[in-house]
Ligand binder design. Structure first.
Ligand SMILES: [Zn+2]
Length: 596
């Protein structure tokens, strides 16, 4: 057994996937909401028998390695290392792929840059000014250490001197990390490259596993004309839309609270953390991305968004809220009244901030309040404006009871009857949705009815292990080549082994049949698959349907020959007889189906 096989055999896939996706037992299999696409009814299936998973919504599927690679967006090698560690298998030899070693190199470079900046801020004369500034802003020494804040020196090549001069990295690698920028002008006196971050307070940005993937650099002097923040550009390891700062540190707290507070900047997150709101993450800008929502969903069900009161009318924020809502997160909103952001509130009045957090308001109340603040709602014209803003929001609430509660609230506040609002909601649903759909649903793979029936038939037989039906009588009915071959292999297997084991049988199959075989274990029959009577009846029913399909096809062809042949065939007794026979067969099949 090779090491990959050994690791695979040591993992209980259901338990492993349950760590990130809540699964429920459904017959032989387990079911849950797919973590890879947005859905409200589960189409994500895990088969303990076959140790595989598959989503019938987005068609993704695989084994434990595939799941880990997909959910963590990592390469095979990294998944291998993680699972080896988890199962206690010591890897003998493993050569990472090129893109994997590339990413590893970027993690190292970013890590070292972080250490360099951190050292300068805390221990070096060059960082004194920055250190005083940040301490004065109320960030404690402890926090600086915890979040590894740093200082990028006011030099064009400070970081290069360290990483190239001392650590021996190539400038090309540094460029890939986004830490330095290439200069087009080749006559440039200093260097062909210069540091991206200069004279800035540095926040290292890590993924949720703790790899430093990039930086946010903040100016010290708010009066300077430069951009307040400079960030690492998109690189092989840094994707702005994925990042939640500092999830690697706060994820345990978020899990414990089953809630994440989402703020807009790194300092907001650190200040909140300092005063005890430790389940916090920061995003860039005011809209949660789909990736961020999914990532949060792995750690909690509730999200409290700290938003400016005026963002309710802002489409980008509303879209973010809609995305998070679709992901299935429960959304609340924390508004800060007199303070401009959580950082300021935490510095000036920590208790007030905590109180606002505890009193966070449902997202729908927030929308309604905000619309009334802006449009008053006294005149008919103002009421109309409020309706125009709120109706599309309410129309998207999936839960009818919740929807009704807010319809009632809105009607009370507008002093109109509920029917008027319901009517508007119906109108707005009929119109195309105001916001574009999050993601196109991939079209179902087109399969012929006969193939679907064959799949269903074989799934019934394999899952119930009622092989007699197949081996002794019905081999001929299978027309799909892959399933024909699997049936042949099954015959051979059953001749040499007394007992059928899905796992051992799998190993006897050639590689090109393995996918088709796995599919048979992913069709969900619920508890009924253990009910012998049901299985027997279902097998008979499916057989009749398959046969009916064959006879109908035969009849269709015969009739078309008769038609095309015109006069020559007009009195062909053989064909006439065949049509009669086939019609009789169809009648018999129909009777048999009714008798079941
Ligand atoms: Zn899916």
């Amino acid at each position: 057994m090779d090491q990959i096989e050994e690791i695979r055999s040591k993992i209980d896939l259901v338990a492993f996937i349950s760590e990130t996706v809540p699964l429920k037992k459904a017959g032989r299999n387990f079911k849950g909401l797919c973590p890879f696409h947005t859905e409200k009814t589960p189409s994500f299936i895990v088969s303990p028998e076959r140790q595989i998973w598959k989503c019938f919504g987005c068609q993704k599927g695989g084994d434990a390695f595939g799941f880990l690679m997909e959910i963590e967006r990592i390469e095979f090698g990294e998944a291998l290392r993680i699972l080896a560690k988890k199962t206690g298998v010591v890897l003998q030899s493993y050569r990472p792929s090129q893109s994997e070693s590339e990413k590893d190199k970027l993690y190292q470079i970013n890590h070292l840059a972080g250490e360099f900046f951190h050292y300068l801020l805390l221990n070096h004369q060059a960082g004194k000014k920055a250190l005083n500034y940040i301490l004065q802003r109320g960030i404690s020494k402890q926090s600086l250490e915890k979040f590894k804040l740093g200082y990028a020196p006011a030099m064009w090549d400070g970081l290069q001197r360290f990483l190239v001069g001392k650590k021996g990295y190539k400038v090309e690698d540094l460029e890939k990390s986004g830490l330095i920028i290439a200069v087009d002008d080749k006559r440039s006196a200093i260097s062909r490259y210069y540091d991206r971050f200069r004279d800035r307070l540095m926040f290292p940005l890590s993924d949720h596993r703790g790899n430093v993937v990039g930086f946010a650099g903040r100016v010290l002097d708010p009066e300077v004309k430069e951009a307040k923040y400079v960030n690492t550009p998109e690189t092989a390891v840094y994707h702005k839309s994925d990042l939640l700062f500092p999830l690697d540190i706060t994820k345990e707290e978020i899990k414990k609270e089953n809630c994440a507070i989402v703020v807009e900047g790194e300092l907001d997150a650190i200040s909140s953390y300092q005063v005890g709101l430790k389940n916090v993450v920061a995003i860039k800008g005011s809209a949660l991305s789909e990736e961020q929502s999914r990532l949060l969903k792995r750690f909690c069900e509730n999200v409290v968004l700290s938003l400016d009161a005026d963002v309710a009318g802002d489409m980008a924020s509303r879209r973010g809220i809609e995305i998070a809502d679709k992901t299935g997160l429960n959304l609340k909103v924390l508004t800060l009244g007199k303070y401009k952001d959580p950082d300021e509130a935490a510095q000036k009045e920590p208790d007030y901030l905590k109180q606002r957090y505890n009193q966070a308001q449902s997202i729908y109340d927030f929308f309604i309040d905000s619309a009334f603040k802006r449009y008053r709602g006294a005149t008919a014209e103002e009421k109309k404006k409020i309706g125009q803003e709120i109706v599309p929001v309410l129309s998207k609430i999936e839960d009818e009871i919740v929807k009704n509660v807010y319809v009632k609230k809105l009607s009370d506040r507008l002093e109109v009857n509920e029917e008027a609002i319901i009517l508007q909601i119906e109108k707005s649903v009929q119109k195309s949705p105001v916001l574009p759909a999050v993601k196109p649903i991939s079209p179902p793979t087109v399969k012929s009815r006969s193939l679907l029936l064959e799949e269903y038939f074989l799934a019934l037989i394999f899952q119930s292990k009622q092989f007699d039906e197949l081996i002794k009588k019905e081999k001929v009915m299978i027309s799909e080549p892959a399933y024909q071959k699997i049936t042949q292999y099954l015959g051979d297997y059953l001749q040499s082994s007394k007992k059928f084991s899905p796992q051992f049988f799998f190993k006897t199959l050639p590689a090109e049949l393995k996918d088709a075989y796995d599919k048979l274990y992913l069709i969900d029959f619920g508890e009924r698959i253990d009910d012998e009577d049901w299985v027997a009846r279902e097998i008979q029913k499916t057989k009749i349907l398959m046969e009916t399909l064959l006879v109908k096809e035969d009849l269709r062809q015969t009739l078309s020959v008769l038609k095309q042949g015109g006069k020559d065939q007009a009195n062909n007794p053989d064909l006439d007889q065949k049509v009669l026979n086939l019609t009789k067969k169809l009648n018999d099949l129909e009777k048999r189906a009714l008798a079941l």
